[in-house]
Design a protein around this ligand. Structure first.
Ligand code: NAP
Length: 485
């Protein structure tokens, strides 16, 4: 049965932090552009005891806190609030779940989307309750928030639990990076233009670097983060998804199966990293006290209040062992308390095979830099002749063709990732969600590194807050004759 636009949207975890900061504002964004189906109701649930009017007040406060006043329009706020219902439920209390399911049954008149914005340990019990109450059949879709587990085994357990009640094509695993405008633009750049694709391979590309750098520390999320670390929190999902979109072959169409089939081929081609090579193929770090934006900030242990062996920085040399990418390193790195917040993909081409301008002329390889956040811009670094008579040989300067998407499209509103993901889930389009095999193949590869770290006793090396990570990260790229962009 093909999906119909949902007429009921249920958020589990509707009182949580993510709901307040991202999910409810995204529903407002869709409401403000009349993109929500007319008949659609929205049901929130959490443990907090609220009635419908209490939830409406809660949502109004979240919108007023997290959306700039200039962007809030009372007509749209009122229209959104009029769609809202609330039913408290505790996942561990069967009676309260039964009461919630009864409310869902009463409100249901067509397709339903459930967004499980709760801890992952609740995913299987929530879907089991929905199944028991006949609320998981055709016409229902379930969005699962990240993380899907903390290892291959735990991911399988969650996926098996959910699969008992929902068919795979109705399970929408969220990686909110895929909802970002800049990330979709990466696909537009690669597959909407003829210019780059012929060069997009090992013959012309020397190396690729994908960086997700954050300036923040762990703040209030210390306990969650400490059981996860940078590799589980960022690399297993966001970094590997960006790698897939950068490295994959052209899908036959921009539709769920075709896109996911190409992504899984990339993940399956990743060369395993084990205890034998973790010391040369990975770098692991943890921030210590340092200076950031002229402020002294504490170290990770200090923020956490105890000693910890969890990494807040990870860099990996990932090799995609297939025809297209043979021998091209994909350096992936992510860290907290970096000097700048930025997500970017740096693609360095090979140098020209022979310089006709003599040994004095600089020969700098071209590079394409795709910046995804906070700015969205695309820079192409080229060599240009420096104006002059050049009687002793031509002189070059490195210049940049620089396209700023925010400036170019400033008349258009920038949408948060969840607006796109919510609209797709409501309309039943899973292209920008992650399939089970992608999640599990990513975990299998990451598990190999985690096991390698343990066996090789590779502990995080300290790096001062406000720096680009430990020296082992510099060595990781230098070993291959490269340096971080
Ligand atoms: P949170 O602030 O701790 O909220 C958790 C939500 O789950 C609350 O609505 C809470 O309800 C509900 N809940 C907790 N225990 C429950 C139970 N036994 N039965 C029913 N509901 C229960 O967490 P969050 O930051 O919103 O994150 C939600 C999920 O998204 C987490 O799995 C997290 O890993 C993931 N995530 C979060 C972020 C982020 O930036 N915050 C980013 C990516 C992914 P009450 O508060 O009413 O008790």
């Amino acid at each position: 049965m093909s999906a119909q636009p949902a007429t009921l949207f249920v958020i589990f975890g509707a009182t949580g932090d993510l709901a307040q900061r991202m999910l409810l504002p995204s529903l407002y964004g869709l409401q403000s552009e009349n993109l929500l189906p007319d008949a659609m109701r929205i049901l929130g649930s959490g443990r907090t005891e609220l009635d419908d009017s209490g939830f409406r007040a809660f949502v109004r406060e979240a919108l007023e806190t997290f959306i700039p006043a200039a962007e809030l329009n009372e007509t749209h706020v009122t229209a959104l609030l009029a769609r809202l219902h609330y039913q408290p439920a505790d996942v561990s209390n069967a009676d309260s779940m039964a009461a919630l399911c009864q409310v869902i049954t009463n409100l249901r008149h067509g397709d339903v989307v459930y967004h499980l914005s709760t801890a992952p340990r609740f995913f299987a019990p929530i879907t089991a309750a929905l199944g028991t109450h006949n609320l998981s059949g055709p016409g229902t879709r379930v969005m699962l928030e990240k993380p899907i587990g903390t290892s291959l085994d735990t991911a399988r357990e969650i996926n098996d639990g959910v699969a008992q009640h929902f068919a795979e094509d109705r399970i929408y695993r969220v990686d909110h990076y895929l909802g970002k405008e800049g990330v979709q633009n990466l696909l537009a750049l690669r597959f909407g233009n003829a210019l780059f694709e012929p060069l997009w391979n090992a013959r012309y590309i020397e190396q690729v670097q994908i960086t997700i750098a954050e300036t923040v520390g762990v703040e209030g999320r210390g306990d969650y983060y400490d059981s996860s670390g940078a590799i589980r929190d960022m690399l297993q999902n966001h970094l590997l998804q960006l790698l897939c979109l950068t490295a994959m072959e052209a899908p036959s169409a921009f539709e769920p199966t075709a896109v996911r089939n190409e992504k899984i081929k990339v993940l399956s081609s990743l060369r395993p990293i084990t205890a034998h090579d973790v010391n040369v193929e990975t770098a692991r770090g943890q921030y210590t006290a340092g200076e950031l934006a002229d402020q002294t900030v504490p170290g990770y242990d200090e923020e956490l209040g105890r000693d910890s062996d969890t990494e807040t920085f990870v860099a990996v040399r990932a090799m995609v062992d297939n025809w297209r990418w043979r021998g091209v390193p994909f350096y992936l790195r992510t860290g907290k308390r970096m000097p700048e917040r930025e997500t970017k993909i740096f693609i360095q081409f090979k140098a020209v095979p022979h310089s006709i301008f003599g040994s004095k002329a600089i020969s700098e390889p071209n590079a394409l830099i795709i910046r995804l956040q906070p700015e969205e811009r695309i820079e192409l670094e080229l060599l240009n002749k420096t104006p002059g008579l050049d009687r002793h040989g031509i002189r070059f300067a490195k210049v940049s063709l620089d396209f700023d998407a925010q400036e170019e499209f400033k008349a258009l509103r920038r949408r948060p990732a969840y607006e796109r993901l919510y609209l797709d889930a409501i309309e039943g389009n899973g292209t920008l969600f992650v399939r089970r095999d992608e999640t599990e193949t990513s975990w299998a590869w990451v598990d190999g590194i985690l096991a390698g770290w343990e066996q090789a006793e590779l502990h995080p090396s300290p790096y001062p807050a406000g720096s680009w990570g430990p020296t082992s990260a510099t060595h990781l790229v230098a070993r291959n004759g490269h340096e971080w962009n």
